[in-house]
Design a protein around this ligand. Structure first.
Ligand SMILES: *Cc1c(COP(=O)(O)O)cnc(C)c1O
Length: 365
């Protein structure tokens, strides 16, 4: 077991935790992001002092000054990762070092302070141990962890804040999809972009999500499940969904995912699946792929599968796409073979039922 420094957390038990019966009812049907565990972690940062006041305590509303900079200029970043209950009763995280590292990349882009990676992982671990009774007892369940940081300084001038709060909250999560993953239908955004060169597309910040809500609502209004964004310069190259990366699988054993490069969020699921696909013998390329090529390849049958990926839903097959010049179907319109295989492999590694040959699984209990 990796040994993370406890970073001098003070620990306070919730004085009135959720009653057993109520918690069990929640854990039998948790959904996603609707209910939260009893505790939270918080750490403060002040200029001149650095990180201090690390606590694991009862989850409760925050007290914020109405002038808190985050409420005005959106200086906020977050992460998302899952803790898994193992067959032997232990608990593991999947590549938490990558989340800790990406958190700091996001912090740099948003002019926020660096959080030591061991403090990030230590904070997550503290919360999971405090709320270890909050694992769902449904198949495919996990404890979803949401670390985030925001500017708490009361100041309306425009500059990086001098005070921040880092918090971690936890939410029991069910299986996104009960039996296998149904294929989703995707709408190609015509009027809106997610990220441009030099913007914040590679940072996991709330602002990116705020900007994606209208195009996502537009996708729903047109009868689709998700929106896919194109590049801003040529409006031609496929980038990603509002919160998931994309992969394209071809009949000759190649697989493509759009290259990073500032406008795409570097997904940990994306990175893991590239490794697993190569092990399956696929030739994997980070390569530009255009919306026109996507349509032509789907129609000719050269493209056999497309899937989206991210921590929350893991792997989601894409069955239908609606672009500016009509709709097209990918493969049979349902989950493809490789999509299903990669999903099972990754989920197996995460849950400890498939051997972890990459050192991705971190046991914390
Ligand atoms: C979080 C996120 C992803 C997926 O990243 P994972 O590390 O795989 O969870 C993809 N795109 C966006 C925009 C994201 O915010």
């Amino acid at each position: 077991m990796a040994d993370f420094p406890a970073a001098e957390f003070t620990r306070e038990q919730h004085p009135a935790p959720t009653a057993n019966a109520e918690r069990e009812a929640v854990l039998a049907n948790p959904g996603f992001g609707k209910v939260f565990s009893d505790h939270m972690v918080s750490i403060d940062w002040h200029e001149g002092i650095g990180w201090h006041n690390a606590q694991v305590g009862p989850r409760k509303p925050l007290v914020l000054d109405p002038a808190a900079a985050v409420l005005h200029y959106a200086q906020e970043i977050f992460e998302g990762l899952k803790a898994y209950r193992l067959a032997d009763g232990g608990i593991s995280l999947f590549r938490p070092d990558r989340n800790a590292h990406r958190f700091n990349s996001s912090a740099e882009r948003l002019a926020m302070p660096h959080l030591p990676e061991e403090t990030f992982i230590g904070a997550v671990r503290e919360l999971v141990l405090a709320d270890r009774d909050w694992f769902p007892n449904v198949e495919g369940g996990s404890l979803y962890l949401r670390p985030f940081m925001f500017a708490s300084e009361a100041f309306l001038g425009v500059r990086p804040a001098k005070e921040y709060k880092f918090l971690v909250i936890a939410s029991p999560a069910g299986n996104y999809f009960k039996s296998g993953a149904p294929a989703v239908s995707i709408w190609v955004s015509q009027d809106y972009n997610r990220a441009g060169p030099g913007g914040t597309g590679a940072a996991k910040c709330g602002g990116n999500y705020a900007a994606s809500l209208v195009p996502q609502a537009e996708a729903i209004a047109h009868g689709h499940d998700q929106v896919v964004f194109l590049d801003t310069a040529e409006r031609k190259w496929i980038e990603e969904l509002g919160g998931m990366n994309l992969f394209f699988v071809f009949d000759d054993g190649t697989m493509i995912t759009p290259p990073l490069g500032g406008t795409i969020l570097p997904g940990i699921t994306r990175d893991s699946l590239m490794t697993l696909a190569r092990e399956e013998g696929l030739s994997v390329h980070e390569q530009l792929y255009s919306i026109d090529q996507w349509r032509d390849d789907a129609r000719s049958g050269k493209l056999v599968e497309t899937f989206a990926c991210g921590t929350a839903a893991v792997v989601t097959p894409v069955g239908h796409v609606a672009g500016h010049d009509g709709e097209f179907t990918i493969g049979s319109g349902g989950p493809g073979q490789l999509t299903t295989k990669l999903r099972e492999k990754l989920v197996g590694i995460q849950r400890g039922t498939v051997p972890d040959t990459h050192g991705w699984v971190t046991r914390i209990a």
